[in-house]
Design a protein around this ligand. Structure first.
Ligand SMILES: O=C(O)c1cc(=O)[nH]c(=O)n1[C@@H]1O[C@H](COP(=O)(O)O)[C@@H](O)[C@H]1O
Length: 277
C-alpha cells in the first residue's frame, strides 16, 4: 500500500508533488506511434520512462481508454502494469453509484483478479452519498479521492449552493470526514479555485488534496501552494495535456520531460520555502 507516510517521504525524496495525467488521446499522439500494435500504451510507456523520477503519481483518465472499448481496456491494463510501484497510481474514473453497483466498480479497478488492474486510488463523485463511497473504502490498502470543488466552470452549478453546513463542497468534506476509514480519503480541489483552499483547509487540514487545473486550465501553482499547502505538503498537483502533448513530434517524450521538470523545479522551490525539505 502507498501509505500517507510513504507519500510524504516520496515528496521529500523526489522534491516533487507532481501527478502526470495520462489523458491519452490517439488524435493527439505522434503519428509514428500509430505503427505499434498498441499506440496508447506505447505513448504512455515513453511518457512514464521520461517522467518517473520527476513525479510521485500518475493518473490515467478512464474516459480516454473506455472510448476505445475492448482495446482501450487492454491499453489501460498494460499501462497499469507498467506504472512505477513508487508512485501513487490513480484511476480517474469519477464513479459514484449505489452500494451494490459501487462494489462492482471497486472490484473492476481495485481487484486484479477481476479485470486485471489494481490501482492505488480512484476518483469518486460524492453525490449519491456514503453507500456510493464505502465499498471502495473497504479495500484497506486503497485511497478514495472525492470531488469537492472541481476546476470546471460548472462547479458553480451545485458545489457553491449554500447548505446549513456552508457551501455544498464544504458540506461534502465535513460529512465524508466522519465516515469509517476517512483517513484514506483525499479530496479533489481545482487549481483554478486557489483562493478557496484556505476554506478547504478549515475542514480538511490534514487530508491530501488532488489538485488538477495547472497547465492547460491556467491555474497557478504558486497560489495553490500559498493557500493549500500543509505541514506535510498535502498536495498532489496534476497536469495532463501541458506535459504529455508538449510536442507531437519524435521528441515528444523529451518535451514532456522538459515540461515536467519545469513544474518539479517550481515545486522544489515551494517545498524549500515551506521548510518541508
Ligand atoms: O478528478 C480530476 O482529476 C479532475 C477534477 C477536476 O476538478 N478537474 C479536472 O480537470 N480533473 C481531471 O484532471 C485532468 C486535467 O487535465 P489537464 O487540464 O489536461 O491538465 C483531466 O483528466 C480532468 O478530467
Amino acid at each position: 500500500m502507498i501509505s500517507r507516510q510513504y507519500l510524504v517521504d516520496q515528496i521529500k525524496q523526489k522534491k516533487s508533488f507532481l501527478c502526470v495525467g495520462l489523458d491519452t488521446d490517439v488524435e493527439k499522439i505522434p503519428e509514428f506511434l500509430k505503427a505499434y500494435p498498441d499506440p496508447i500504451f506505447e505513448f504512455n510507456k515513453r511518457i512514464i520512462d521520461a517522467t518517473r523520477d520527476l513525479c510521485i503519481s500518475y493518473k490515467p483518465n478512464a474516459a480516454f481508454y473506455e472510448k476505445h472499448g475492448v482495446s482501450g481496456l487492454q491499453s489501460l491494463i498494460a499501462t497499469w502494469k507498467y506504472l512505477p510501484a513508487d508512485c501513487l497510481n490513480i484511476i480517474d474514473a469519477k464513479r459514484g453509484d449505489m452500494g451494490n453497483t459501487s462494489g462492482m466498480y471497486a472490484k473492476a479497478f481495485f481487484d486484479e483478479s477481476a479485470a486485471g488492474m489494481s490501482f492505488d486510488a480512484i476518483t469518486l463523485s460524492p453525490y449519491m452519498g456514503h453507500d456510493a463511497v464505502s465499498p471502495y473504502l473497504e479495500y484497506k490498502d486503497k485511497w478514495v479521492i472525492i470531488l469537492a470543488l472541481t476546476s470546471s466552470a460548472g462547479s458553480k452549478d451545485f458545489q457553491y449552493l449554500t447548505t446549513e453546513h456552508g457551501f455544498l463542497y464544504e458540506a461534502v468534506i465535513q460529512k465524508a470526514n466522519t465516515w469509517a476509514n476517512a483517513d484514506r480519503i483525499m479530496y479533489v480541489v481545482g487549481a483554478t479555485k486557489s483562493t478557496e483552499f484556505t476554506n478547504i483547509r478549515k475542514y480538511a487540514p490534514d487530508n491530501f488534496l488532488l489538485v488538477p487545473g495547472v497547465g492547460a486550465q491556467g491555474g497557478s501553482l504558486a497560489d495553490v501552494c500559498h493557500y493549500g499547502m500543509n505541514k506535510d505538503c498535502g498536495l498532489i498537483v496534476n497536469a495532463s495535456r501541458s506535459i504529455i502533448y508538449a510536442s507531437n513530434g519524435q521528441d515528444f517524450a523529451e518535451a514532456a520531460r522538459a515540461e515536467a521538470l519545469k513544474i518539479q523545479q517550481e515545486m522544489q522551490a515551494e517545498l524549500e520555502k515551506a521548510g518541508i525539505i
